[in-house]
Design a protein around this ligand. Structure first.
Ligand SMILES: Cc1cc2nc3c(=O)[nH]c(=O)nc-3n(C[C@H](O)[C@H](O)[C@H](O)COP(=O)(O)OP(=O)(O)OC[C@H]3O[C@@H](n4cnc5c(N)ncnc54)[C@H](O)[C@@H]3O)c2cc1C
Length: 452
């Protein structure tokens, strides 16, 4: 009865065609890319086309006290967009407008726009939007904002929040707030927009953003180094970051290289212990500094190349690593981060956990940021393997915390890491976070049961 009342109220409040109740269609909106995250059955999916639609949907949700999970493109890896039983999934996929102001070097975008679509629109004006998650071709700007997404070039150019000038956000009661604006400097009042960046749909729905753009960067030089093992690659990473600031510094261990090579043969050596891929686009001597750092850390092979196509092919290989490893079984994707000098300790800990739990854990990551994605693989039909994989998943996060690190550097907490967030933040910080949530969403309707 309640479900029917909610559906009727949504249909009355929203333009025709915006409310989906067909269970077969709803099925496609229930989960994100986190293979092991649980997902409920919502009563409806709202395909919002405007800020007004979002306000209308949230007012219905508030009146009926039903939870709302906002969804961008559903590429999240933490269960953040997992639907809730009896709730509403609010998808922004139809909100894709983009306006570029080449003089102010800004873009004003709706949240459903894909990251790659924003990059293409900026490129049309000779400009660049740097944040580049490996999923940039398939993820939305709203999802990037809500998770404060990182990516490959963030080691030099920063993460999503570094590009946010202004946001429009709809609160749980349907009010729309404008936070910040288009000015480069603005210190009027509390910086509330940053509160919403990374809040994973728990505080409000982001309906518009004004983002900074940059001039396109100069062509990059690519440096490839191979290493006997992943700890040596970790030492080389730390030495590189101490010497210069590359535009990208990515790690793949031997198992990840072999997984990519099996699916997309690219001439990578599947027998390497680990591979580092760096790109530099600054002073000419930066490539030498990186190559020297690799050699001093014991690289078995170092190559430096100026061919942009070859460089892009190598970076594409790194971006393909997650889907290629997923061909080997079910994967729980970690996203731990530590201070860069402690990267060798973290990779050593992951290697030890994989051995102890007899579980395959290929490692990739944005090494230059100290942010790794150990990929915990298991056969879902083998109960013992499932249990060992879950223990390994927990132990990797505990190892990162023991090194003063974080359980998530960019993918967000979602449902998969909620328990571990408590270990990282402690009771006082969690209490303050809950007080902020209660002030903005007193009935706990926006993405409840996630990290708060
Ligand atoms: C192969 C692969 C590689 C990846 N590589 C990277 C990487 O390098 N770096 C990285 O950071 N991530 C990476 N990701 C993870 C994912 O793509 C990012 O987290 C991305 O930002 C999610 O965007 P989305 O549109 O798919 O969001 P969704 O998965 O739909 O949602 C993610 C979270 O944001 C919330 N949300 C979405 N839109 C809004 C909105 N408008 N307002 C409020 N809340 C909202 C959701 O409720 C959810 O909590 C990768 C994923 C894949 C599959």
């Amino acid at each position: 009865m309640r479900a029917e009342a909610v559906r009727r109220a949504l249909a009355d409040a929203l333009p025709s065609g915006s409310v989906v109740v067909d269970p077969d269609v709803i099925e496609g909106y229930r989960r994100d890319r986190a293979a092991t995250a649980a997902a409920g059955m919502p009563v409806a999916v709202v395909r919002a086309g405007s800020t007004g639609d979002v306000q209308a949907a949230l007012r219905v949700a508030a009146a009926h006290r039903v939870p709302v999970v906002t969804r961008g493109a559903g590429t999240g890896l933490s269960g953040g967009a997992s639907a809730i039983d009896g709730g509403i999934v609010l998808t922004t996929e139809r909100m894709r407008a983009v306006t570029i102001d080449p003089h102010a070097m800004t873009a004003t975008v709706q949240p459903g726009l894909l990251n790659a679509e924003l990059k293409a629109a900026a490129r049309g004006h000779g400009l660049w939007y740097p944040p580049d998650p490996s999923s940039f071709e398939i993820c939305s700007i709203g999802g990037n904002l809500a998770t404060n997404a990182g990516g490959l070039c963030c080691v030099k150019y920063g993460v999503t929040t570094d590009y946010v000038l202004g946001l429009e956000v709809v609160l749980a009661d349907g009010r729309a707030l404008r936070l910040g604006g288009s000015t480069v400097k603005d210190v009027a009042g509390l910086d509330l927009k940053r509160l919403f960046v990374g809040s994973e749909g728990t505080l409000g729905v982001i309906t518009e953003a004004t983002l900074r753009l940059r001039p396109a960067p100069p062509p990059a030089t690519t440096i490839v180094g191979t290493f006997a093992d992943v700890v040596a690659a970790g030492v080389a990473t730390s030495a590189t970051i101490a010497a210069c600031r590359p535009a990208a510094l990515e790690l793949m261990d031997g198992a990840a290289v072999a997984a990519v090579e099996r699916v997309h043969p690219m001439g990578l050596d599947p027998g390497v212990g680990a591979l580092l891929l760096a790109q530099v686009d600054g002073a000419p001597h930066e490539a030498d500094l990186v190559a020297d750092a690799f050699r001093r850390a014991g690289a078995t092979y170092v190559a430096v190349g100026d061919d942009p196509e070859e460089g892009e092919m190598l970076m594409a290989a790194r971006r393909m690593a997650i889907p290629c490893v997923e061909r080997q079984g079910t994967v729980m994707i970690e996203d731990v981060g530590v201070p860069v000098p402690l990267l060798p300790d973290l990779v050593a800990a992951v290697t030890a956990i994989a051995e102890r739990r007899a579980t395959s854990i290929p490692v990739i990551g944005h090494a230059g940021d100290g942010n790794l994605h150990p990929l915990v693989c298991f056969d879902p039909t083998d109960e013992d393997a499932v249990a060992r994989a879950h223990l390994a998943f927990d132990e990797v996060m505990a190892a990162a915390l023991a090194l003063g690190g974080t359980v998530t550097g960019e993918h967000g907490v979602g449902t998969l890491k909620a328990r571990h967030l408590r270990d990282q933040l402690g009771p006082d910080v969690l209490d303050v976070s809950r007080a902020i949530k209660a002030a903005l969403d007193p009935f706990d309707l926006l993405n409840p049961a996630k990290w708060l």
